[in-house]
Write a protein that binds this ligand. Structure first.
Ligand code: ATP
Length: 542
């Protein structure tokens, strides 16, 4: 699938717009248009219904060790600054960035790909340099014109420069190699600075005084709001471990290089669950959530071919975790064989609750997690001092629950569903001639518009009848009425919007009360009595 075609459809049909576009846009920020807002809302509602409000607390679901409860929260975006000091975001939520002194470009050191350039023949190991790019391999290769080679010849003083096909991120280059790098758009080598830490949290000021003591942060994840409310939820509800708390909402990260459409944005929405369980059963719960979340995506139509569950290797895990997996999708903007993360499912042990009780824990302390100390040997970032342990009222056991965290991105999910839905096939036009058609094959549950209602022509009482049907259906679903233009063109517009069904009132409706229901994917048309429409749609949309 060609990503450019999807991006242009998103703009043309109102799925996604660049934020503040009339002022030239703002990098890393996006607006959802009339169709996009419905799509994303349906995805978030499906998540909330399937994980929280529709969850059956009384049965043991397949794969789960036992029955469990789910509740929700909606926390503030700006929280007490201590939350981020204790969680580790203040010290550790950093990416390495490099600046180009010549072009003023700024890059993430691990996203700047460096290709080795050397001279054909004997001198291969003696004379070399690196040409750096933030383009994909395919885009970069497409820029290798004669004049590009001439430029390399001059800059690197190489006779017949050869570019290796395998790249290394700038962050992994040795110091002596860094001096030989030609930055994107630069005219000489060695213009990049040493990689520096850059904290991704957006800083803001709370209150009128505007001093550094009033500095606060926009949350970079929704999870911490759940941990700091753990006691409130336990005290105000009758939940018993095991139970989960879910939250969805905006998060903010000042990404150094936002890219790939909405995949890496600076403002985005997360859908997160913190699931609290007994340490002894935490591994089983981790496996349950990993598989449950994977199935959620496939049930909503992401093909298993493009979707993968990647378990992290033991050496990638923090020592307090017994498992982490990423659900990944082969986005079309990635090179073949590469996948992008949609959701991470992590076993976090008791790291977070203990940190908020005792003070920031040092994630590298072993075997027991210990509070991190400052140069004076005192607790580096003080915890709340509140008791966040749990007492099982049946067994009287007191323990700090372990946590399984399925953390999904609503925007990345939406982007994956958009990519998956984009299809080009052939359909006959009004004259029966086959034409290429663009159709968004969304699962009916997430489709922005569930059905469109058309009168075949604007006369003989057909519009009135179609409007009656529209009003009846509108009470239940987001449906759309359209009487403008040839019916074939109206079908095409709905195909591009991903509307699963088109209902047409025609001459026969006036006689026997039946309408045609056209299926977006099979193009089959079935006659259904108008009184049966609600029941018909109910079955087909579920
Ligand atoms: P990445 O490595 O791609 O930056 P991450 O591992 O930092 O992602 P998490 O901190 O695990 O991501 O966040 C959980 C989810 O939030 C991700 O799986 C993703 O869906 C979403 N997410 C994270 N950062 C962004 C972003 N900049 N833009 C859009 N979604 C994001």
């Amino acid at each position: 699938m060609d990503m450019e075609k999807l991006v242009s459809l998103c703009k043309r049909r109102g799925f996604l717009f660049q934020s503040s576009e009339i002022y030239g846009g703002l990098n890393g920020f996006w607006d959802y248009g009339p169709l996009g807002v419905e799509l994303k809302r349906n995805i978030k509602e499906a998540w909330w219904k399937d994980m929280v409000s529709g969850h059956d607390d009384l049965v043991t679901l397949p794969g789960a060790p036992e029955a469990y409860e789910m509740v929700g929260l909606d926390c503030s975006i700006i929280m007490h600054p201590q939350v981020w000091k204790v969680s580790g975001h203040y010290d550790l939520f950093v990416d390495k960035m490099v600046d180009c002194r010549e072009t003023k470009g700024r890059y993430r050191a691990d996203h700047l790909d460096c290709y080795r350039v050397s001279e054909k023949g004997e001198h291969e190991d003696e004379k070399f340099g690196y040409v750096a790019t933030n383009l994909s391999q395919a885009e970069f290769q497409a820029s290798w014109s004669n004049s590009f080679y001439k430029k390399l010849e001059k800059i690197f003083q190489l006779k017949e420069p050869m570019i290796e096909m395998v790249s290394k991120p700038y962050s992994t280059l040795k110091e002596y190699e860094r001096g030989t790098v030609l930055a994107p758009g630069a005219s000489a080598v060695g213009t990049l600075t040493e990689p520096r830490d850059f904290n991704l949290m957006f800083k803001t000021i709370v209150g009128a005084l505007g001093t550094e003591e009033d500095a606060a942060f926009l949350r970079p994840e929704t999870a911490q709001g759940i941990f700091v409310n753990f006691k409130n939820v336990c005290d105000s509800t009758r939940v018993r471990v095991p139970f989960g708390i879910a939250q969805m909402g905006k998060s903010f990260r000042n990404e150094i290089t936002p890219k790939n459409f909405t995949f890496r944005s600076r403002e985005f929405e997360q859908m997160e669950i913190e699931f609290f369980c007994h340490p002894n059963s935490s591994r089983k719960w981790y496996e349950y959530w990993r598989d449950r979340r994977m199935k959620w995506y496939t049930d909503l139509g992401l093909s298993s071919e493009r979707l993968q569950l990647r378990e992290h290797h033991a050496d990638e895990l923090s020592h307090y975790s017994t498992g982490t997996a990423d659900i990944e999708y082969a986005f079309p903007f990635l090179p073949p064989g590469e996948f992008g993360e949609l959701e991470g499912i992590a076993h976090r042990g008791d790291f977070d609750l203990r940190s908020h009780m005792e003070g920031k824990l040092d994630p590298n302390s072993k075997p027991e997690l210990k509070v991190e100390l400052n140069a004076e040997g005192k607790t580096k970032w003080r915890g709340s001092g509140k008791d966040l342990t749990y007492r099982d009222d049946l067994t009287n056991e007191r323990f700090t629950p372990h946590v399984i965290e399925p953390s999904a991105g609503a925007d990345r999910g939406t982007l994956a569903f958009l990519c998956e839905a984009y299809t080009e096939d052939e359909a006959p036009d009004e004259n029966g001639k086959m034409q290429t058609r663009v159709v968004m094959k969304f699962h009916p549950r997430i489709a922005p518009i569930k059905a469109a209602i058309f009168p075949l022509v604007k006369k003989e009482g057909m519009p009135e009848l179609a409007q009656d049907i529209y009003r009846k259906l509108k009470k239940r679903w987001n449906v759309f009425y359209d009487e403008k233009g040839a019916v074939g063109r109206r079908y095409r517009r709905q195909d591009e919007a991903g509307t699963p069904f088109c209902i047409t009132v025609d001459g026969q409706t006036l006689q026997d009360g039946t309408v045609t229901v056209r299926d977006r994917d099979t193009l089959e048309q079935k006659r259904v009595h108008q009184d049966q429409l609600v029941a018909e749609l109910e079955t087909r949309l579920s």
